[in-house]
Design a protein around this ligand. Structure first.
Ligand code: MN
Length: 236
C-alpha cells in the first residue's frame, strides 16, 4: 500500500536566503501514516498544476504575514514581513487543489491565506486592531495550551473531537476579520476570533489557527486533525 503523499508548502527565511521546515509539520503527517514532501517555491502554473495532480493532499503551513494585497487591502504599518513568493505560489496551488478537489489542511498562516484568497479579509495586527486579554501570541514552549476555543456543534470538527471546548496553543498576530463566503466556521476563541474553518462543498478543506504541529506529540486531538487529513488524502 502506497502512502498518501502530502505536498508541504516550504517556509522561507529571507535573511538567510533559505527554505526551511518546522519538523512537526512533516512528523505530524508521518505519524498519521502519510508521506510528506516539501514543495519547491514556485508559482509556475504548469509546474504547480503537475504538483497538484501528482500529490494526494496539501499542507498550507505557517510563516510570513499574508500580504494584504491578497485580499485587496493596503498594508498597515503594523503588518509584519510578507513573502510575495509564497503568496504567489500558494494562490496557484490552492486554486489548483480546489479545482481538483484535493484535500487541504491550513495551519496558522494557512487559515489566513485560504480565507484571504477566497474573498475574506484579515486583521493585519490583532494587538492594535482588536485588543484582547486572551493570549494569542505565546512564548515557548509552543505545545502548551494558552486559550480555549468553542467547537461548534454540527461541524465535522465537532464530530471528530466530540467536545464543545478545546484548549489550544496560539501563536499569531493576524486572524480572520471578514469570513470568506465559501467558508464555514468550526471553532471560535473565547474572545470571538475564528480559529477553525472548512469549505463545505469540498471533500476536505480544513484550516485551523492554532498549531497542531507543535502539540501532536502531547495532544491526541492534534493528532486526530493530522489523521483525518491524511485519511482523506489516502482516499484520493
Ligand atoms: Mn489564537
Amino acid at each position: 500500500m502506497k502512502k498518501a503523499m502530502i505536498g508541504v508548502v516550504p517556509l522561507v527565511d529571507t535573511e538567510k536566503e533559505s527554505y526551511w521546515m518546522v519538523p512537526g509539520y512533516m512528523q505530524g503527517i508521518q505519524e498519521a501514516g502519510g508521506l510528506p514532501v516539501m514543495l519547491p517555491l514556485t508559482a509556475d502554473r504548469t509546474d504547480i498544476r503537475q504538483i497538484a495532480e501528482t500529490m494526494d493532499g496539501f499542507l498550507f503551513t505557517g510563516g510570513h504575514d499574508v500580504s494584504p494585497e491578497v485580499y485587496g487591502e493596503k498594508p498597515l504599518p503594523q503588518c509584519g514581513e510578507c513573502c510575495p513568493e509564497r503568496d504567489a505560489m500558494e494562490k496557484e496551488l490552492l486554486l489548483a487543489a480546489l479545482e481538483l478537489d484535493k484535500p487541504v489542511l491550513g495551519i496558522c498562516r494557512g487559515i489566513q491565506f485560504i480565507n484571504g484568497v477566497l474573498g475574506g479579509t484579515l486583521y493585519q495586527d490583532l494587538p492594535s486592531q482588536r485588543p484582547s486579554d486572551v493570549e494569542h501570541h505565546q512564548t515557548p514552549p509552543y505545545d502548551i495550551p494558552v486559550h480555549k476555543v468553542e467547537i461548534l456543534r454540527g461541524t465535522p470538527l465537532w464530530d471528530l473531537l466530540q467536545k464543545n471546548e478545546l484548549s489550544v496553543n496560539s501563536y499569531h498576530h493576524q486572524a480572520i476579520k471578514k469570513l470568506s463566503p465559501q467558508l464555514q466556521v468550526m471553532a471560535v476563541s473565547e474572545d470571538g476570533l475564528t480559529e477553525a474553518v472548512r469549505m463545505e462543498e469540498k471533500n476536505f478543506v480544513w484550516a485551523v489557527q492554532w498549531h497542531p504541529e507543535f502539540s501532536f506529540l502531547t495532544d491526541p486531538d492534534s493528532r486526530k486533525i493530522f489523521q483525518i487529513f491524511v485519511e482523506h488524502a489516502d482516499q484520493k
